[in-house]
Design a binder for this molecule. Sequence first.
Ligand code: 13P
Length: 246
Amino acid sequence: MKKLIVGNWKMKGSLAANESLIQALRSGMPTAACNVALCVPSVYLSQCQALLAGSAIDLGAQDVSAHESGAFTGELSGAMLREFGVRYCIVGHSERRQYHAETDTLVALKAQRALASGMTPIVCVGETLDEREAGQTDEVVKRQLAAVIHANGHCISEIVVAYEPVWAIGTGKTASVEQAQQVHLVLRSQLRAASSQADRIHILYGGSMNAANAAQLLAQPDIDGGLVGGASLKAPDFLSIITSAP
Ligand code: 13P
């Protein structure tokens, strides 16, 4: 399966910075690259759609409403995102679970809404440092993924999963290759129990992935790509991660 490398810009960027970043990525993209996508802040979707036109890089959003339409001030529907060519949509990022009190049930509904709108949800799961130290890692990620499996039935083979240990996000601390592969295998086994197509579901690793550690992580049998925060904002670093995807 071709690897998938996704940049998550979070709440970073500007009209000028986006333009120079995307131009640098376009001119530096290797010809036989893996699949690549950029999840940009919503206000820049239109700009980035134009900047990415005709390139091999797909467009993504960072969230979607669980509702189809209606009186939900500040929210964006799947149909709206689709109008701007959005192919991927992150749901359940730990920053949204933490700062916006998103529950497993809400995340599962968002994944459902993304699928119904024709987008691929990138469902994030991951444990906090306290949970890891209490030996609860497997239990936490399985609970988070179970909600999404339960709500999405046979469509589960259409999602992307991202394992992002919360303690590794933006901290410079990467999960060791062994720690990451171990959790990825737990998630793969859970997906296998739910779908005969589980082996073609991308399970991405996220959390301080960078140019120096990407190759080793991406060489693991159950690590099918990366969800990259900080390093996706620097063209040489992001290109080097893309190039290291076997
Ligand atoms: P960093 O790569 O900056 O640690 O962020 C990871 C992340 O949260 C991607 O969604």
